[in-house]
Design a protein around this ligand. Structure first.
Ligand code: A3P
Length: 364
């Protein structure tokens, strides 16, 4: 996921700063993006589109930095569009420009930080070109004809954003928080009454999904089977491998329970989020104290994607599936390895069911 940051000089008199009242803290590969995107359909949810990693990597930047992420007015453009590079930046700039022109803030300057590039909102209202810098080079894009599709998507999302902010919930998702030892304490220091959402998925599938993601970035890594064992002949699992460690949910949850009561946590079944997204959304909305606005009317099953996607909402938005990096094909893992992993996780899963009072039925 890319990153967007409001430049320091345009935040001072901005009435939208808000710390999150709810955070999706995990788990990586659980279905966190699908959940956040579905929640963003709700008019009373404002969510940061990228992963701010505040409580793990950016904590020293301070709460001021974190609260300014709310901003993100524009951040919506980034989510699900990562990899769109210049097109994205440029379209985003245009969208921001229009938004703030409308609100009499055309003079404000914005900075977009997405991997490797930077762009500044043109000062001139009618200047449709953005100057994009990359590795010292300057690129100029004229007009936004080819960006039309993207801009349209951005704008339709944009229009979902209500103009008043009263009563809205600000949210973010950073799945690594769940496994970050210092995160519970830090979040508790910020807001004791915060609501925490954790999307959990069969830890074996989750591990394979995690591995698939790494493999897509680093094709040279050893096979899953090799990484999973300390000693394959002895059947000794390498529980320190992060792909496996993350799935020991009971262990991580223990940390959170030192600071937060279970009543402030909500567990979403990653499996049901795929088979019955509307059902899971009802529970999430209830937990957040939101009206049940996101319902089965908002989802359809896309056969090509093989997953539920967001339907065209009442306004002009087009149907939307998550990007290519969500719902990947997994490599085939040897069945005895799968069996061994299920055995490994079984006691931890049972402990997790007991701790949460929910049976996620991950046993084969
Ligand atoms: P796979 O790519 O392994 O199938 P996260 O967003 O936390 O990284 O989770 C990614 C996972 O979300 C995907 O893992 C996929 O199984 C799951 N998912 C849940 N609902 C989805 C949806 N509507 N579209 C695509 N993926 C979805």
């Amino acid at each position: 996921d890319g990153g967007l940051e409001k430049s320091a000089n345009c935040t001072s008199d901005y009435g939208e700063k808000k710390l999150p009242q709810a955070i999706i803290i995990g788990v990586k590969k659980g279905g966190t993006r699908a959940l956040l995107e579905a929640l963003r359909v709700h008019p009373d949810v404002r969510a940061v589109g990228n992963e701010p990693h505040f409580f793990d990597r950016n904590y020293e930047k301070g709460l001021e930095w974190y609260s300014e992420l709310d901003l993100q007015v524009g951040d919506l453009a980034l989510s699900g569009f990562s990899g769109c590079a210049y097109t994205l930046c440029s379209a985003l700039m245009d969208a921001l420009h229009r938004r703030y022109k409308h609100r009499g803030r055309a003079e404000r300057r914005w900075r977009v930080n997405a991997p490797g590039y930077q762009s500044t909102l043109p000062k001139q209202r009618d200047e449709h070109s953005s100057v994009l810098h990359k590795r010292g080079e300057v690129y100029r894009t004229k007009g936004h004809g080819m960006l039309c599709d993207l801009s349209k998507q951005i704008n339709s999302r944009w229009d979902l954003m209500p103009s008043t902010l009263e009563g809205q919930i600000t949210m973010e998702k950073t799945p690594s928080y769940f496994v970050t030892n210092s995160a519970p304490k830090r979040i508790h220091t910020m807001a004791k009454d915060i609501k925490l959402i954790i999307v959990v998925r069969n830890p074996v599938t989750r591990a394979i999904s995690d591995y698939t993601q790494t493999l897509s970035k680093r094709p040279e890594i050893p096979t899953f089977e090799v990484l999973a064992f300390k000693n394959r002949t002895l059947g000794l699992i390498d529980a320190s491998w992060s792909a496996l460690r993350i799935g020991i949910y009971a262990l991580h949850l223990e940390n959170w329970l030192q600071y937060f009561p279970l009543s402030q946590m909500h567990f979403v079944s990653g499996e049901r989020l795929i088979t019955d997204p509307a059902g899971e959304m009802t529970k999430v909305q209830d937990f957040l104290g939101l009206k049940r606005i996101v319902t089965d009317k908002h989802f359809y099953f896309n056969k090509t994607k093989g997953f539920p996607c967001l339907k065209k909402p009442e306004d002009s938005s087009t149907p939307r599936c998550l990007g290519k990096s969500k719902g990947r094909t997994h490599p085939k893992i040897e069945p005895d390895v799968i069996r061994r992993l299920h055995k490994f996780y079984k006691p931890f899963n049972n402990m997790f069911y007991q701790m949460t009072g929910q049976n996620f039925q991950w046993e084969m």
